[in-house]
Design a protein around this ligand. Sequence first.
Ligand SMILES: [Zn+2]
Length: 174
Amino acid sequence: MGYPLMTQGEFHKKRRSARLAMSVPIRVYAIDFKGIDFVEETSTVVVNHHGAKIRLTHQLLPEQEIRIQSLQTDQEAVFRVVNRAGRSEDRFTFWGVESLEPTNNIWGVGFPRPAAADQRLVRSTMRCPVCHWSETLYLDEPLVESVQELGGLLRGCLHCGLTGVWKPVPYSDS
Ligand SMILES: [Zn+2]
């Protein structure tokens, strides 16, 4: 039995920007773990100023470089694979990636300065299906993955008092 892989980053490094739960459509250009070129259209699960967590059907290797194009802004940058992140599903694997061009923000959103909770949790903007009140919640990564997979989160609303399936909405920095 192998030991779990301890990767640098993530837990040791203080986060330099808030992480946002955002499903951005992307195109990934990379070489898989067998050395074969591939292009895959997929999406991010979480983005921050310097990186992202992405979901793929292909397998990568830590430290390899990949190119990611945002299909929302049409901009691209080179990223380094930091680690395999989160749980794996039948169809998808999740990967933490870090930008090698940190001045090139391909996501097209402004990132808030990190608060204490941003060190551990991901900001997720969700909307009440009844009254359309929206709120930014701090969720842990497994919950962010489930919300993206299932399309929502069952939650009571303090605004209208009713319970419903809240849906993620794009983060707005206004
Ligand atoms: Zn409501």
